[in-house]
Design a protein around this ligand. Structure first.
Ligand SMILES: CC(C)(COP(=O)(O)OP(=O)(O)OC[C@H]1O[C@@H](n2cnc3c(N)ncnc32)[C@H](O)[C@@H]1OP(=O)(O)O)[C@@H](O)C(=O)NCCC(=O)NCCS
Length: 324
């Protein structure tokens, strides 16, 4: 049995890795996760914000388990994020433990201080799963939890415009006229999104980072819908929301960021941007799909907005850290 490092450019090795990594996601009532092409682009190319690496525990031709490592290059540069997946027939045999040991050795060699991970499949109320039992047994501490909500599209959307604000929408690239202000909102999102007790260094967004993120999404085959609200009197970009997906996994769409600038909160701009974005994406996609979102349970305004839009809770995602 040996640990292999996955080269995303090696088609056969990547296929075996992906089969285990995303195979386990099919155990979820509402599967989530990257499509093959989305994952392959992340793991085989160079990116401004992250280096993605794969490990496999392999016995001859058998792949028992894998680890996906995200080495953050901006923000949490002290942390490596590790996601483990073990093929069902090889569980409780120490496979994940061996992969974790290999990841920790790499993290130490790279000078990282923290190993973090997320468990997606937690019970919606208790958050518990085999993954949380594993994390607790291997010295990780729970730092945060997020409620996973879904809504089946299409839904009837009732828009709630707010006086004094106009809606603007764009797709894969931020228009030049909004670029500077959009970077301010991305920074605000990175600073303000609730992260519980997680180690969290906010990202300082630059035009280059945004360009890299947008180009990568296109290379991954993803589509993105952005709706923003502009304060008409001042011309200030006050709020935005983003949703997206990929034709590779047509049955699911994701809600990404939603952010209201601090000075514009309390006017209902969250739902004012979400509703038209939802309308646009469901019209654009044109077939039924499940829209997924994750929010901290303490983020009551966001969860209230989602509930109004028809979302319901299905699971809990918990985030864990171990200091090396
Ligand atoms: C969580 C997961 C990776 C564990 O893999 P594994 O190879 O079975 O884990 P190990 O055999 O190394 O387990 C180490 C310890 O973790 C704990 N543990 C692991 N699975 C457990 C379970 N189902 N119930 C209770 N404890 C469990 C035990 O303490 C175990 O030691 P023991 O078997 O001597 O009692 C695997 O169940 C899996 O792939 N699940 C689906 C994907 C997932 O949830 N990944 C976690 C996201 S990072």
């Amino acid at each position: 049995m040996e640990i292999v490092v996955v080269d995303g450019r090696d088609a056969e090795v990547f296929r075996r890795f992906y089969e285990v990594k995303f195979g386990v996601r099919q155990e979820l009532e509402f599967p989530v996760g990257l499509g093959t092409e989305e994952a392959r682009v992340l793991m085989s190319g160079e990116h401004a914000d992250v280096r993605a690496e794969g490990l496999g525990l392999v016995d001859g031709d058998t792949w028992l388990g894998v680890a996906w490592l995200d080495w953050w290059l901006v923000g949490n540069t002290d942390t490596v994020d590790v996601e483990l997946a073990v093929a069902p027939e090889y569980r409780r045999q120490g496979v994940a433990s061996r992969l974790l040991e290999a990841a920790i050795a790499k993290a130490r060699a790279d000078g990282r201080r923290i190993v973090s991970g997320a468990n997606l499949a937690g019970d919606p109320v208790t958050g518990e799963s085999p993954g949380t039992a594993f994390a607790a047994a291997r010295g990780f501490e729970q730092k945060h939890a997020e409620l996973h909500q879904v809504v089946e599209l299409p839904v009837a959307v009732s828009e709630r415009p707010v006086d004094g604000y106009e809606i603007v929408q764009w797709r894969e690239h931020t228009p030049d006229e909004w670029l500077k202000q959009f970077l301010e909102l991305l920074n605000g999102m990175s600073e303000d999104v609730p992260t519980g007790d997680r180690t969290d260094a906010p990202i300082q967004w630059t035009p280059e980072l945004l360009q890299d993120a947008e180009a990568r999404r296109v290379a991954q085959g993803r589509f993105t819908y952005t709706t923003a609200a502009v304060h008409t009197a001042s011309g200030e970009l006050a709020a935005y929301t983003q949703m997206g997906g990929t034709p590779e996994t047509p049955d699911r769409l994701n809600q990404y960021d939603t952010y209201v600038r601090r000075s514009h909160r309390g006017h209902g701009l969250g739902i004012a941007v979400k509703a038209p974005n939802l309308r646009a994406i469901q019209a654009g996609v044109g077939h039924p799909a499940v829209l997924h979102t994750w929010n901290a349970p303490e983020n009551t305004p966001m969860i209230a907005v989602n509930t109004k839009l028809g979302f319901r809770p299905v699971a809990q995602r918990t985030m864990w850290e171990r200091v090396l």
